[in-house]
Design a protein. Structure first.
Lengths: 118, 106
């Protein structure tokens, strides 16, 4: 069965960067796109961007353009999301999610809490 | 960006009730509409994709309908495990989510 396992919680200072990993298992990694979604406390889900895990092409939400970088390591079946210039408003749970055939998010990681605090 | 608006934002209901949640898109999104259930502290779970297709393993009491700008999620007979927050999501142009509908026990 499909599993997406994310790295552990992070605490960062304003201005720093954070890199979250998402290790996939149970399927051929390069067959499906991977997305990143975040959820600030009490807020709605917010799409950040996605990566074509086959060729590495990416697309980012305009809101995060210039601050977010999504990469992948096909040999490790792992996707990464790096967010830079962190501010307190970036405190959130960050999720990876595997895309399905109808552009839905079929499987989700367990989430990674990133706390930005001085 | 396409805006997604759900109604109501919260809802109280009893076990056995029939419940309907509405989602409206700011422009036509054809049938590129998905529904998720999220329980406190957990990742979202896909329920319905392409407006009306039931995800494998999801109970048949969940159903979705609509196209264009107006969509509904219906739970035909509420079970105790259904009390959660529900989100719609459009995947027609990038991806945006509704603000959520919190379903609580009456």
């Amino acid at each position: 069965q499909v599993h997406l396992v994310q790295s552990g919680a992070e605490v960062k200072k304003p201005g720093a960067s954070v890199k979250v990993s998402c290790k996939a298992s149970g399927y051929t990694f390069s067959t499906y796109a991977m997305h990143w979604v975040r959820q600030a406390p009490g807020q709605r889900l917010e799409w950040m961007g996605w990566i074509n895990t086959d060729n590495g092409n990416t697309k980012y939400s305009q809101k995060f353009q210039g601050r977010v970088t999504i990469t992948r390591d096909t040999s490790a079946s792992t996707a990464y999301m790096e967010l830079s210039s962190l501010r307190s408003e970036d405190t959130a749970v960050y999720y990876c999610a595997r895309e399905g055939a109808w552009l839905h998010f079929e499987y989700w990681g367990q989430g990674t809490l990133v706390t930005v605090s001085s | 960006d396409i805006q997604m608006t759900q109604s109501p934002s919260s809802l109280s209901a009893s076990v056995g009730d029939r419940v309907t949640i509405t989602c409206r898109a700011s422009q036509s999104i054809s049938s590129f509409l998905n529904w998720y259930q999220q329980k406190s502290g957990k990742a979202p779970k896909l329920l319905i994709y392409a407006a009306s297709s039931l995800q494998s393993g999801v109970p048949s009491r969940f159903s979705g309908s609509g196209s264009g700008t107006d969509f509904t999620l219906t739970i035909s007979s509420l079970q105790p495990e259904d009390f959660a927050t529900y989100y719609c999501q459009q995947s027609y142009s990038n991806y945006t989510f509704g603000q959520g509908t919190k379903l609580e026990i009456k």
